[in-house]
Design a protein around this ligand. Structure first.
Ligand SMILES: Nc1nc2c(ncn2[C@@H]2O[C@H](COP(=O)(O)OP(=O)(O)OP(=O)(O)O)[C@@H](O)[C@H]2O)c(=O)[nH]1
Length: 395
């Protein structure tokens, strides 16, 4: 009777573990890796504490509960890593967790000893840790190089210590494992797992913080709608490019581009169509420019370019290409969209021009292009001579 009650209580503990795991699976949000990791750290920590409590005096229910918590924790850690790398399928982790609970319950029913159960839980943890290591290994190196290496190092060390544990259990030296005071045994059982868990957790948290900082940096420097540089970033990078051009006595061109009659587009086709035009125009600009050029959204439907190393002839060629490309593009509005451009060029002999003077000049040229009928570019003459409208584009 006593054995029956003991077995029933173990199965009840086991079933509660399954319920907890599937409850977590349903409740866990699929976009927040930190939620998974926080739950994982809590469950794994409780699991380890329960297993350690059991050490010496054998209390089956506590040992089973400890193992359940630990396995749930490792499953959730793997899930968190998947979520971090924007993978949505978690089925493998949950299947492994579920299989563990079933097999463990069967072992309990069959009256299997601690050794068989420890082999099962160690093998499951080793499998889940290996899967976590593979996720980290396969992720793009650009996702936090150092942080990723730290996390991967922790994971590899944990795998090594669990392999050692499994080897010791299978080779029959398990009885000496938990009470071993020999340094190699202590190191493999307690010191290395603790150290490598810390490494793994620090690496994962660093990865997360690096991504948060990267996202904030991107948001602070880029326009949300078009993904181009925003006004602030363009000013900083533009001033730097101008200083470099002046040091090297190289030319530099600044261009303001404004979509013509954009208010009409919004009024006739709606704000969403207006947004789509802005995004498509931004894509055209990205494709038309080189890597060294700076392209930004200055505000509303106005864009600003900085072309390092481009002199007056080059500026005319680029502007003419931009005006034509926008006009020829099919924006699916049933009518063409055009743009006007104002250009300002620094020449080596006019190197004293500062950034704001260049912007003012480009803006004045844009104003001229608008007033001359739009769908064209305007540029000043070298050395500040009389302004002209060099090339009108056919409407
Ligand atoms: N859809 C959309 N519209 C915007 C955005 N930012 C500014 N606008 C609109 O852009 C329009 C700009 O209008 P105007 O400054 O009169 O310029 P325009 O109609 O292009 O006239 P010209 O520049 O003289 O050819 C305004 O109606 C703004 O509401 C945006 O992010 N999305």
């Amino acid at each position: 009777m006593e054995t029956l009650v003991a077995a029933a209580s173990l199965i009840a503990v086991q079933l509660s573990g399954m319920v907890v795991m599937f409850g977590l699976m349903r409740a866990a949000p699929h976009e927040r890796c930190t939620r998974y990791w926080a739950a994982s750290a809590a469950l794994a920590g409780i699991g380890v504490l329960l297993i350690m409590l059991n050490n010496g005096a054998y209390r089956p229910a506590i040992l089973v509960l400890g193992n359940n918590f630990l396995i749930c924790g490792v499953v959730l850690q793997w899930c968190g890593i998947r979520v971090f790398f924007r993978k949505t399928k978690m089925i493998a982790g949950w299947a492994i967790g579920g299989a563990f609970f079933l097999l463990f319950g069967l072992l309990v029913l069959q009256g299997a000893g601690v050794m068989q159960r420890s082999v099962l839980s160690s093998a499951t943890i080793l499998l889940l840790l290996t899967m976590s290591g593979i996720e980290l290994w396969r992720s793009q190196p650009r996702t936090g190089g150092t942080a990723r290496t730290i996390a991967l190092g922790g994971c590899v060390l944990l795998c090594a210590s669990y392999t050692f544990r499994l080897g010791a259990l299978l080779s029959g030296s398990s009885s000496g494992l938990s009470t071993s005071t020999a340094l190699p045994g202590l190191a493999m059982l307690y010191i290395i797992p603790t150290f490598s868990s810390l490494l793994l957790w620090s690496g994962l948290l660093l990865l997360y913080f690096e991504r948060i900082v990267g996202t904030h940096q991107h948001q602070a420097t880029h326009d949300e709608l078009t993904g181009l540089l925003n006004r602030r970033a363009l000013t900083i990078d533009g001033e730097r490019a101008l200083s470099l051009a002046q040091r090297l006595h190289a030319p530099l061109t600044v261009a303001f581009i404004d979509i013509d009659h954009f208010k009409d587009i919004n009024d006739s086709f709606g704000h969403e169509a207006g947004d789509r035009v802005l995004v498509e125009v931004a894509n055209i600009f990205r494709q038309t420019c080189r890597n060294v050029d700076l392209v930004g959204r200055y505000g509303g439907e106005e864009f600003c370019f900085v072309f390092p190393g481009i002199d007056r002839d080059g500026a005319v060629a680029v502007a003419s290409r931009l005006v034509q490309t926008v006009r020829m593009h099919d924006f699916r509005l049933g009518r063409p969209v055009t743009a006007s451009i104002g250009l300002a060029v620094t020449l080596p002999e006019a190197a004293q021009r500062d950034w704001h003077a260049l912007l003012r000049e480009a803006d004045a040229q844009l104003y001229k292009a608008k007033h001359a009928g739009r769908n064209r570019y305007c540029i000043d003459q070298p050395r500040g001579e009389v302004l002209s409208l060099p090339q009108q584009m056919a409407s």
